[in-house]
Design a protein around this ligand. Sequence first.
Ligand SMILES: *Cc1c(COP(=O)(O)O)cnc(C)c1O
Length: 233
Amino acid sequence: MSGVRKEEIAGNLAAVEDRIAQACEAAGRERSEVTLIAVTKTYPASDVRILAELGVTDVGENRDQEAAPKALECADLGLTWHFVGQLQTNKAHSVVRYADLVHSVDRARLAHALSKEAVKAGRRVGCLVQVSLDDDPGRGGVLPAGVPELADEIAAAEGLWLGGVMAVAPLGEDPGKAFARLREVARALRERHPEAVMVSAGMSDDLVQAIAHGATHVRVGTALLGRRKPFVR
Ligand SMILES: *Cc1c(COP(=O)(O)O)cnc(C)c1O
């Protein structure tokens, strides 16, 4: 049974790798400049194990309730865990225990909670500032004008390190245009914090445009594991 699933995931991974390689070539970038994060939300730990066997090193999750037990179950795999979902401050305690990076830091209160909990856990957690690329902060993210201040807070916080920026392309807009704005935000951030080189952008449907605009990390779920069943939070 798992052999069939492994073949399926292997085929999907090969197709995603092809798209990444072609996007890198078209953009004049090296394949090694882009990290593939397999977003495994709603899929079982057995799929994470298969991805690891196929050479995937980075996985992403968006809900602590699901991610915490899955990360524990996969602790032997030596993977890098990325938390990519909206995060309540009261979940910081749990998330810092397995997440190597949190992509969705969009307010100082959350940065402070992660800092406090990371120190308690004896961990250093990478944080990305989630940038809102439309004017709808309801979907998460800080507006570009707020990025420097939040980045300063993260960079100064004990137990955290500043990785860079993350964004989700707004619905109903050419993702290339949105990612071009993100690239500019990332460039400005690097002037202030040269170490903050990560640009987390691009999902199954828009990873090519993201790579064209400088993404260093693409977060891919559906194209690797299949369509998720809808769920109610
Ligand atoms: C689910 C999710 C992804 C992956 O999206 P796909 O379209 O399935 O590739 C990427 N980023 C975030 C923040 C997500 O929640």
